[in-house]
Structures are given as C-alpha cells and as structure tokens.
Design a protein around this ligand. Sequence first.
Ligand code: 4AZ
Length: 847
Amino acid sequence: MDYMDSGMRYTPKSDKDWDTSVQFLPASDTKKLEKKKGPGKIGAVIGVVIFAAVVALMTGLLVWHFHFRKDVRVKQMYSGSMRITNQVFEDAYEDSSSVEFKALAKQVTSQLKAIYSKTPQLAKYYVGSTVQAFSEGSVIAYYLSEFSVPKGQEAAVNSAISSMDKLVDKNQRSGNSPGNSLVFDDVVSSALDSRLLKKTFSEFYRYTEHTKSDHIGTITSPGFPNKPYPSNTVVQWQLRADPGYVIKLDFDTFNLEENCKNDFVKIYDSLVAIESRVMEEICGYYSPSDPLTFLSSRNVMLVTLVTNEKKNFPGLRAHVSQVRRGGKGTTCGGQLTGKKGNFTSPNYPNYYPPNIFCEWKIEVPADKVVKVTFKKFLLSEPGQENSATCKKDYVEINGKRLCGEKPDGTVTETSSTNKISVLFYADASYVDRGFTAEFVAIDSKDPCPKQFQCNNQRCISSNLKCDGWNDCGDMSDEMNCKCKSTDINCKNGLCKPMFWQCDGVNDCGDNSDELNCGCKSGELGCQNGKCVSEKKRCDGRDDCGDGSDELNCARVSDVTCSDVTYKCKNNKCISKVNPECDGTADCEDGSDEANCECGRNLFKTSRIVGGQEAEEGEFPWQVSLHVKGYGHVCGASIISPRWLVTAAHCVQDDGKTRYSQPGTWEAYMGLHIQRQNGKNVAKRNVKQVISHPYYNAYTFDNDIALMELDSPVTYSDYIRPICVPSPQHVFPPGNSVWITGWGATREGGYAAPVLQKAQVRIINSTVCDRLMGGQITSRMMCAGVLSGGIDACQGDSGGPLSSPSSGGHTFLAGVVSWGDGCARRNKPGIYSTVTKFRGWIKEKTGV
Ligand code: 4AZ
C-alpha cells in the first residue's frame, strides 16, 4: 500500500523533533567537520543524508497531494437531444460531412458551452461537445458532451446535467445571447451507459440507414451470417424514416450471449444513446418464429450492439421499414360498442411504441354493464417491478392503475353503468408487449349467465365448481361445496378427487384426506388396492395377488422370488420394498447396498410449488444435449462416467438433422446456465447412440435411448450419476418427484437459460390413462399437477424424473417423454418408466 493511499499523513510530533534532526549538521562549522574523523563525522553525514531524504520526501508528498491527488479526474460523458425551434430542417443536415451540418453543429456546440458556463459545477469541468446528428421537427440536435470531473464530484455534475432543461430556459431568458442564436426546447440529457465507455473496445462501427416507403433496409451484426460477431466491439445503427413516419425494426435473427452483462443490444427512441429514451435492452436467443418487432415514436431510432471479450454468437439481422405515423400499430383507443369485442395495446403482440396515450370508450346496451378481462397483460419496465403506484407505463380502468406482468386472464374489471373507459399510457422509456383484452356486456344482476362467478369476478364454467381444482385463482369455486360421490369430503368443506385419498399428500389442506386410510380395521391394504385380512400378511402366500402382503416381513431375505421381490446379486430374493441404497444391507451378499455412489447431491432440495431456478449442483446428474452448432435440444441423465440415459424421440433422424448419429451431438455435464461453460462444466462428444429397438414414434412407447460418451467424465460436486432403480422399485402415486431442464417455461415459449426445477407428483396410471384418452402403456408413467401450471415442456425431453428416496439417494424414476401441450389442466406429463428398461440398460451399458 502506498503511503498516501493508506490514509496516513506525515505529521511532525513536535518542533523538537525537527530540531533534533538539524543539530546533526552545524553548517557553519564545515572545517571542524572536515577535520573531525571517526564516528562523529560519519554520523553527521548520515544525518545530512537522512534529513535531505526526509525533506525531499515531504516536498514530493506535498506537491503530489496538493497538485495531483486533488486532480484525479474521471471522464464523464452525457448524451442529449434538444429541439431547435427557430430552424427549418434541410436534407443536408442528414449528412454530417456537409457544410450545412458543420455550420449548425458549430452553433449548437458554442451555445452548449454558453449554457454549461452558467453553472459552476459544469463550467469548471467541461471539455467539449460534438453534435452526432440532426433530425426533423423543427430541427432536433443530438449531441454528446464530455466533462472531466474530479473524483467524488460525479453526482453533483449528474444532478446539474439532469436539470439541463432549466439551464437552457435560464440561458434563453437571460437575453444575453446574440440575436441570431438558436432557440432550444424539449431538452433531454443523461449520463451515457458506462458500458459504452470501456477502454477495452477494439472496434467501433457506425452505420446509418434511411428507410423509405419503397426501401426496406437491413441491418446485420458484423460478420453475419458467415461468422460470429467480433469481440470488444460497439456497433451503432442510426435509423431514419421520412418525416411523418415512424420506424419499424423487425428482427428475423437474434442470437446473442445469454448474459446481458457481456453482450447486449439496446434500442433507443433517439439518434444518440440517451438513457431516458431506451426502449429495450435485449440479449440471448429469440426464436425466429416468435416476432420481435419495435416501433419508434418518431422518425428516428438508434440500435447499439455491445460485445465483450468473451464468447461471440451468430448475431442479429433486422429489417428496417417505415410506417406512417397514425398507421397500423402506432395508434390505439377509440369508441367500442356492441355486446362484446376485443382490443389490444398498439402493435400487440409486439412491443408498443414509447410515448403513447390512448383511451377506449366502451359502451354496451343501456340495460347492461361492461366487464373487461385482460387475457394477456405485460407492462413491465425497470423501476416498476412491484410498483403499486404505476408511475411509468400503465392501464387505468375504474380509477385503478394496473402495471407489471399479470397471469393470463386474472385481471377483470366491471363497470357500474353501461360505459367504461380504459386508458393506456406508455412513457418515453422502456416498452413491453402490452395487453389483449375482451369486453362483454353483462347483466349486473346476473354477471355470469349459466356460469359460476368467482369472488374475483371471473366467470368459470359451472361444472368446474367444487371439482377439487382452484379454477377461479382465489379458491372461491372450491368453498362451501357439497361433494360428489367420487370426491373426498374434506373436513374443511373442500372436495378433492377420490384417488388422492391416502396418497400420503395433504390435498385437503387440513389433512382429512389422509386420516383413517386403508381398509377396514383388521384388514391390510394391498398395493393393487385390494383389502385382505391382516392375518394373511407375511404368511408366505401371495393373498393380494401382487405379492404386496408378503413385503417387508420379518423374514425379509430368502423369500420366493416374485414380481415384487428384489433379487440380490446372488439370485436370492428379499421381500422389502425398495431395499436399494436405503442404508440397510438386506441381501445376504450386501448387493442391495453396493453401487450406491449415485443419486446424491451437494444440496438438499426444498419442497416448492411451481417451477423455479435450481441451485447449482442440485441435480448433478442433469445433462444438456446440444446439437453441434445449434445448442440445447434435449436433456439426459448421467448413470455412469460413460453412459447417459435420454429419450428415444430425441435421437430420431428427421429430414434435416441426423439426430441418430453420435457426431451430431455434444453433451454438457455440470452445466447450470446455458452457454456459460465455467470450470464445473465437462463437455464430451458422443461415441454411440442406442435407441430402444421397440421405440414407437407414433405412440411414444419405449421412449428411451442411451448415449455413450467418447471419454468418461470425472465426478465432482456438479457431475454425479443418478441411481438406476431395480425392476421392482416402486414409485407410488402421490409421491413427490422433481422435473428439471432448460426447456420452455410455458407452452410455445422460450427455453430457460438457467436450469429449472419443479416438484410434481406421480399420478395413478389408471386415472392418467383416462385423462390421456387411453394412450398410456405400462412403459409410461405420469407425473404432474392436475390443476395445471407445473410440467415439463419442449426441450426438457430426455431429462430425468428424479425421485428422492428416504435413504438419501435419488432414483431415476422416468425420462421426460411427451404430453398434451404443457402444464395444461388434467394433462400430466408422460415419462418413460425406467424400471421397465432396467434389464436393457444393464445389457447395453453394464451399469
Ligand atoms: C416436448 O415437446 C415435450 N408436458 C416434453 C414434455 C411435455 C410436452 C412436450 C410434457 O419435448
């Protein structure tokens, strides 16, 4: 640490300290000094040297302290725009090399200097300004101003700049500007995004594009489509349209690094990067099938791409066109009449433009009232995450302001008369996809004709009342119910499907579905649902018909082998349920406790409702299977250092890709966030793909495959195998299991960058088969939450259905296979039953 930096200062203790040091050298007595030999003279010389050194050091420190240290300066850049009201736009202003541009720019910069000179904090530190562009209306100037600010003074300069509009007013009102000076209004100014000022940038590209009605422009990242975009680069595209038009920016390719801290695109409703005019910051991957279109509020737009030194991706391509202001997507509001109708925010389902206000006046027949339901509602913006006040973009209805993101169909408002008005306001920064809404005329006395009205005003089909599912969202459809004969009559008044009784899960909420379980007193409940006399338990005979009355008997070992008994390595059978890796050696040869270095993780999993991000290392057997050059396609599970289990449907060739070939794939183990291959990640090529020989591509029967890695992985805290269950392992309905993957987070939605986990329950196969229209074979098992909302989805296929056991090991109960959409009500996820393939797995892999 340096002396000054340590915060210490040299302070003489007293005058005496100084005196002592000078006494060494009575300068007037030089002769005496010369004559005197020995230690006295040497001491004097040392004293002089030390004194001189101290003086020099002190002087140096003082000079440094008072001159340089105070002057540690930081470069602060501000961007801004202002309207020049007393000028008329000329075409030449579009060309920064034109004489006209330069002349007007000179005037703007000299007036900016005069404005800054009125504020001491700004005048002192001002370095200079450059005009970046002009646009129509009268003339709008876009500029960058540089300040060299002493460290610690940045906030004062920021605050002075944020009141630029007042500075401009003051300057103009003071009347001391010459008669031919420019008149400014609509001044906006803010600090430049510091990420644009990094010293490590090696390239800076700037492009301009003026779209016309007969010319659609295209912008592409450098290198696109032949190579990834370059590192440490800033690209700016200044986009213009004709006056009276707005810009439509339509991405057909968007593939950037997932982490916006590294590479990002920022879109501005401006020609310079003014933070208060940011429309959106985006990164990651957007599917070409999902539209990504932005509209500006005027005839200019700025797109910036910033990349860092790490990881480069294919990049972007977007089309730039112009839309007449007032044309499609740029306006909203109006009069809506009739008995029902729909309306949306402008440009829905794409991003609405900034700076927009509109009002829908809805009127229904006089004897009715209006009910408005928002089917989608996406009005999120930084700074307004959980805002109750909705100061930025909002919808106003019935005097209530709504903003943020709301679950589909959950926002409903009803008028008190036959009229209602809906306002929509978007401020100048950050846009979102908006909303789609429906209005219907309803009878105030009968607001849900032939339907049930929830407490939150939603109407649901009457036959959904008291069916055990929370259809209203506020449980009001499940209160005060008279249960059907096929329902459990919960003590708290709720009704739940009968097959949830005694499944080990508190479905009623008051545990009344789990009381008095089993058969009559004196009877034993078999696994197949039969009741047999308690006396028949462990009598050596299969009274249940499935052997379950002979399980867990005192005579655990050496019982007659059956479908439900566990076969030890020495071919003897034991009658204990799930004896593998439970911590007790039940087999004579201890084989039920051999090979138990599986299914363990660093972290304990907690019980959750709904999907959420997994902890790193929580599911160390989870694999991400990538198609080379494309990215994540399917999940898989590690069962040994060399072998993975996945779904057969992941490895079937299609017209374009040879998914069945090992060379197509690369496997990522220890991965947590897609495209972040940190030190915990092992990537392997694939040596062999073995699809189940009886896989049926129509029915998804036998949907299981094996992959051999080209070299074994080393186990770590983040890479470990899951236990493969024995053929007799039981995963009873009602048991909680985990689904994990990087698949879509909603049906038809985007893949998740961070590994997601969700807890679901195993569902009785008979019930599932009924729900799925008879498509469930014995090689399939069902798991999910029948009220919907939690499920595996596209991209999760091949991944594990992980079942933690009481012995602390997790077993691979299933492989994500198929489903009727994702997370739909009464449509569980379907998984390949791993126990059915135990022999085949052993045969092919030796595991
Ligand atoms: C799929 O397409 C997929 N809801 C996987 C699982 C489910 C649906 C689809 C289950 O890979």
